[in-house]
Ligand binder design. Sequence first.
Ligand SMILES: [Zn+2]
Length: 82
Amino acid sequence: MLRKIISKLAPGLMSRIEAESRRWFMQCRHCGYEISVWDYGGMRYRALGTVYRFGRCRNCGKSGMLRVYLRGDNSNTPVGPE
Ligand SMILES: [Zn+2]
């Protein structure tokens, strides 16, 4: 829902949000399944560090805290300034 609004109002911003959201992954603590925040239907932009979000795993179907972390970036530095 929010994605549609943003993509209409600011397509350039939307592509940046998408690129960044695809680098963030949510991992199930039960089965280890991982899915990108973007594929999960969410967005994560200009965020820092690892967080936990309550959600439901699409693989095992269990609800619980999903670890949300930035893949392939050990510096925890967000995409640079505009
Ligand atoms: Zn799972």
